[in-house]
Design a protein around this ligand. Structure first.
Ligand code: CO
Length: 201
């Protein structure tokens, strides 16, 4: 039995194209991965990390979840961080949110079922923290978009306090954390200009 045959057909074509372009392609990738970047992004199917920054396999280590959240109690995200910083020695962490994020929108809506609601509660907390600013904006879309940005900034703040990151900085590891937002409407990234490369004082 062969499920999803189209995907296997696509895969075969892709693999053959890679080898045609570069006969040693897979051989080289097998030997080592040395990405310079850790991408923490949303699971949204419209925001594929490698594609939108034009990076090939081997060039970016990727962690994605609903609404690109970094939680100090999430062993999945923390393990990705630990591996990418301590073992792969990546030098840039990018937290990339995106406008029209469904996870962010959910934080304006009624409670979802668990476990999703537990996850979204972290965004609800950021929304509450910025209540006044959000309330001052004109219209639902403006509030939604601003919370997409504020959520990225909040994750940077958390990352900066995590032991893996703090210890890397203490060891003199050159490591910068960046906050970006992606716009589905034109495919462009914007730097939120919240980059940090040392612990908060
Ligand atoms: Co999203």
């Amino acid at each position: 039995m062969h499920f999803l045959p189209q995907l296997f057909a696509n895969n075969r074509i892709w693999s053959e194209q890679q080898v045609r372009r570069d006969p040693k392609y897979f051989e080289r990738l097998c030997e080592i991965q040395r990405p310079q970047y850790l991408w923490i992004g949303c699971s949204d199917s419209r925001v594929p990390a490698n594609t939108i920054v034009g990076l090939a396999p081997g060039e970016v280590f990727v962690h994605r979840n609903v609404a690109n959240i970094v939680r100090p109690d999430d062993p999945n995200c923390l393990s990705v961080l630990q591996y990418s910083v301590d073992i792969l020695q990546i030098s840039n962490i990018i937290v990339c949110g995106h406008y029209r994020c469904g996870g962010i929108q959910a934080a304006f809506g009624p409670p979802a079922a668990n476990p999703l609601e537990g996850w979204i509660s972290h965004i609800r907390a950021i929304r509450a923290e910025h209540h006044d600013e959000l309330a001052s904006l004109d219209g639902e879309t403006a509030r939604w978009e601003r919370l997409c940005e504020l959520n990225v900034v909040a994750q940077i703040r958390i990352l900066r306090t995590l032991p893996t990151i703090v210890q890397a900085w203490q060891r003199g590891h050159s490591l910068a954390i960046h906050g970006w937002i992606y716009d589905l409407r034109d495919g462009l990234l914007r730097d939120l200009e919240v980059s940090v490369n040392k612990p908060a004082r």
